[in-house]
Design a protein around this ligand. Structure first.
Ligand code: F6R
Length: 260
């Protein structure tokens, strides 16, 4: 079962997760961090940039993004190349050559998945993967129905996902239809998954992922197959969880030697 930590604000989730990542990086400077994009992980990146300003050295950390839009130039402000550069690479002081985002260029799309899997394998694997979740239960851009064994490949976005992401573009019509995304099988290889969710709009998908049946109809439920998952959510995102009392009890009695 995943450890579920309910916090009062996204800011406190950011602090909790960033403190954990920072101490891991201090022990292991060549830490491999899996980064998500979207709004959810921003408090973590904000808190990590504070740790960088306080002197934590992230320059040897390797980072792997979950996904990228197909056909959007890397220089587009909403490409995940740009977003990762803006929100993670620059504020944390990562070394650009150690940061990898799937290649969404149309001309080389056929080999994008395989090339990204090779880079991941060469890194020795992701130590900690930050995850957000879609309102429809998607993880990365693995939409409902995605195989639990899937690797990095091209996926068609659902209309619901395009509408949710329209806020980053002028209109829904400007949101690309395809993405290159790590598969659920890729994500499950990371050594530690940290799933974040904030707000009521995520409550149903979160509860289905943490407590519902394991089914490809809810890609987030793939986390139940992983041996080390930490779920950090606010009260609103936790509101549909059935075993909330148990999570709080377990956290209250957590042994001091057990980390995140
Ligand atoms: C982004 C990603 C997506 C988002 C999800 C939630 O790299 O993989 O799965 O995590 O769409 O997005 P936000 O955080 O914007 O609600």
């Amino acid at each position: 079962m995943a450890e579920v930590i309910v916090v009062s604000t996204p800011g406190s989730a950011g602090t909790l997760v960033a403190d954990h990542i920072s101490s891991r990086v201090e022990q292991q400077p060549q830490f491999v961090l899996g980064v998500a994009t979207g709004s959810t992980p921003l408090p973590v990146y904000g808190a990590l940039s504070e740790r960088a300003n306080e002197g934590v050295d992230f320059s040897q950390v390797q980072a792997f993004a979950l996904d990228e839009y197909v056909g959007l130039p890397a220089s587009h402000p909403e490409s995940y190349h740009s977003v990762v550069d803006r929100e993670v690479v620059r504020p944390l002081g990562l070394s650009r050559e150690l940061v990898h985002v799937p290649d969404g260029a149309l001309g080389s799309i056929q080999t994008a998945g395989e090339r990204f899997e090779q880079l991941l394998a060469a890194s020795g694997g992701v130590d900690l993967q930050i995850l957000g979740i879609g309102g429809d239960g998607h993880l990365a851009f693995n939409e409902p129905g995605s195989s639990f064994g899937s690797l990095t490949r091209v996926k068609t976005l659902t209309q619901a996902t395009r509408e949710a992401n329209a806020r980053f573009f002028g209109s829904v019509d400007d949101v690309p239809i395809h993405s290159v995304t790590q598969g659920l099988g890729t994500i499950l290889r990371a050594r530690h998954l940290v799933l974040l969710a904030f707000g009521e709009a995520k409550a149903k998908a979160l509860a289905a992922s943490v407590e519902g049946p394991v089914t490809s109809s809810v890609p987030g439920s793939a986390i139940q197959l992983h041996h080390h998952v930490t779920v950090v959510v606010d009260e609103a995102a936790a509101s549909e969880l059935q075993h909330r009392d148990y999570y709080d009890w377990a956290l209250q009695h957590k042994p001091s030697w057990q980390g995140l």
